[in-house]
Design a protein around this ligand. Structure first.
Ligand SMILES: [Fe+2]
Ligand SMILES: [Fe+2]
Length: 162
């Protein structure tokens, strides 16, 4: 079921911001999937990028005043792919990695962190509880993207947590 709502100027402005963040993210993941030299990293980037595409579609729906149902917002199949690639990389456990792959990871971590923060701020401005839930759901997925990249980096010895 789809509910129609009228957005305030501020809400529209925030959603336009999210829209451009998601578009930027899709572009980066697509470019970085090509640039990455490790197939495991390509898989992580590709899987995250697919989620960003779903986010963009959700934001576009909200911008037209429609609230998509939470049930239609994608399942866990991509999450499974992520977990699989994480397990694979944990098994390999080597610390041979390309410096440019590390740079791509660092850049995407920063991007995800920024976007997650932007959602966190935006959520407080929305009057509608359903929209808050949807944005919260998206934000949680941004954190998962960061987590997938972090796990990959750690398994490759790129990231020394102190
Ligand atoms: Fe996203
Ligand atoms: Fe993300």
């Amino acid at each position: 079921m789809i509910t129609n709502i009228t957005l305030t100027t501020k809400e529209k402005f925030l959603l336009e911001d999210s829209k451009s963040h998601e578009e930027q993210c899709i572009k980066k993941y697509s470019n970085y999937t090509s640039l990455a030299s490790d197939d495991q990293l390509k898989a992580v980037f590709r899987s995250n990028g697919q989620k960003e595409q779903e986010h963009l579609e959700t934001i576009n729906q909200l911008l037209t005043g429609k609230i998509p149902s939470m049930n239609n917002m994608g399942g866990g199949s991509q999450q499974q792919t992520q977990q699989q690639s994480q397990q694979q990389s944990q098994q390999t456990g080597s610390s041979n990695f390309s410096t440019s792959d590390k740079d791509l990871c660092m850049d995407m971590l920063t991007t995800e962190k920024y976007i997650s923060g932007a959602y966190d701020t935006a959520i407080f401005e929305f009057r509608d509880a359903q929209i808050r839930d949807i944005l919260n759901h998206i934000q949680k997925e941004e954190q998962k993207h960061g987590e997938a990249i972090f796990m990959y980096m750690e398994s490759k010895g790129m990231y020394q947590a102190k």
